[in-house]
Design a protein around this ligand. Structure first.
Ligand SMILES: Cc1ncc(COP(=O)(O)O)c(C=O)c1O
Length: 441
């Protein structure tokens, strides 16, 4: 599909189904009664088909609150007491609102008391609950990635080292978890618009996969430095690709702005509770796969991955330490946490292109990292290269630069963690051939 068709489709799409049906405009439907009945039957079947992931979601959780239009349509079918229903609905809504406020107030003071006067931030944003919902929503579309004991790293370090192969996730990285959770949470109305995102590749690939799988329309803004391997992977999907900026945060701001200007829907790569919650399902898997964890090393860019893992593991076991791993050439989250606010800084070229670049202003991931990341480790390009080589030589696995940050950071810090059970999250696998040559040469 070329871009012109895409935008024509977009116009149609934004008008909604009713507007596309000419008979809906002039009210003249020349079908016979039989045809009408069979069409209505078909529509009913469509509405309740059991394998519609969005429909299941709407029914299951009843939190499809953006779907005002569809709710209005349902009421329209029953003409007898529309006014009365409206009144009742209004009263019910007001009552619900009051009850919600009371609940929130109780929760707030309760939490403050329990925590010696300080409200627990994770609890206040309901992240663990969101992760549990995400688990139900996305489980059948994702892989439970292997957790593999590394004999080599364990013997080398005196720790019990496990590798979490998110590099083996569908689309090549953990990003599918967040993208699916976000997209499967959209309302019917939202699903009809064009979805826009910004990504240096892995979130883009996951987004493109999800958009294609569920027959939606998508557009991706990429920073200019995106590797050929990542661009090629995107070309297989029916998404429009656009390039903007040389730092992912500028690309994100631009994409968000364009989406707002054109009434499209922006799907953020990390600054979003549903995206973070999707990534948090890694925490659920880890708890299923291993009895005890002391430390988890997690690659950090915008902070979505680590926020999700924190969001599940910290509430279930507050003793688990979560270590953020960044390249020395682009340590934006680390520096921001140190000074207590999101900073802008130039990133240098890095093998960890997946994690490189700035953080969106006001990102919720910053607050989570600031409050809950136990430590950060910064690694050099040489250390990243050695970690990638080690993964090939000892585990016969391709892990991209960002994915190998956890291995590189652990190798740097291994003396500190002797006899502990350590999990290294290998977050992705997309390496350009040129980069691979550089690593193994
Ligand atoms: C392979 C890989 N690892 C780590 C990250 C960092 O993830 P986050 O931005 O959620 O911190 C990314 C981001 O795109 C990535 O692609």
């Amino acid at each position: 599909m070329n871009e012109k068709d895409f935008f024509e489709d977009q116009d149609k799409c934004l008008l909604g189904d009713r507007e596309e049906d000419p008979s809906a405009h002039n009210g003249s439907d020349s079908s016979t009664d039989e045809e009408k009945i069979s069409r209505e039957k078909e529509e009913d079947v469509f509405e309740i088909r059991a394998n519609d992931p969005f429909q299941e979601e709407d029914d299951e959780e009843g939190d499809d609150d953006d779907d005002e239009k569809e709710e209005g349509d349902v009421n329209k079918e029953d003409y007898s007491d529309v006014g009365l229903k409206k009144e009742v609905n209004k009263e019910e809504e007001e009552k619900e609102e009051e009850e919600k406020e009371e609940e929130e107030e109780k929760g707030y003071y309760g939490a403050r008391r329990e925590n010696g006067g300080e409200e627990d931030f994770l609890e206040s944003i309901g992240l663990k609950r969101e992760i549990e919902k995400a688990e139900k929503r996305i489980r059948k579309y994702i892989r439970e990635t292997p957790l593999v004991y590394s004999l080599y790293l364990s013997q080398l370090s005196g720790c019990e080292v496990y590798l979490k192969f998110e590099s083996a996730q569908i689309t090549g990285s953990f990003k599918l978890r967040g993208a699916l959770n976000k997209i499967l949470s959209l309302s019917k109305k939202e699903r009809k618009t064009i979805l826009v995102t910004a990504s240096s590749g892995n979130h883009g690939a996951a987004f493109a996969y999800a958009v294609k799988k569920f027959g939606l329309k998508g557009m991706i803004y990429l920073p200019g430095y995106t590797t050929k391997a990542k661009i090629d992977a995107l070309k297989d999907y029916d998404v429009v690709l656009k390039f903007f900026g040389t730092d992912c945060v500028k690309t994100e701001e631009h994409a968000r702005g364009e989406a707002e200007k054109n009434n499209l829907l922006y799907i953020p790569p990390y600054n979003d509770l549903k995206i973070i919650a999707g990534h948090g399902t890694i925490g659920i898997e880890l708890r299923r796969q291993i009895d005890k964890i002391d430390i988890v090393f997690v690659p950090v860019g915008g902070g979505g991955l680590i926020s999700g893992i924190i969001g599940y593991l910290k509430p279930v076991d507050k003793n688990i330490k979560i270590i953020g791993c960044q390249p020395l050439n682009s340590p934006v989250m680390y520096k921001s946490v140190r000074v207590g606010k999101i900073i802008e800084m130039e990133s240098k070229p890095t093998l960890s292109d997946g994690s490189a670049g700035g953080i969106e202003k006001g990102s919720i991931t910053f607050d989570i990292c600031k409050k809950y990341v136990d430590d950060f480790v910064l690694v050099s390009e040489q250390e990243i290269k050695e970690a990638m080589r080690l993964m090939i030589e000892k585990h016969f696995s391709l892990v991209e630069g960002a994915g190998a940050l956890s291995v590189a950071s652990f190798l740097q810090q291994k003396e500190i963690y002797k006899r502990k059970t350590v999990v290294l999250v290998l977050s992705g696998s997309k390496i350009a051939l040129a980069q691979l040559k550089e690593v193994i040469s």
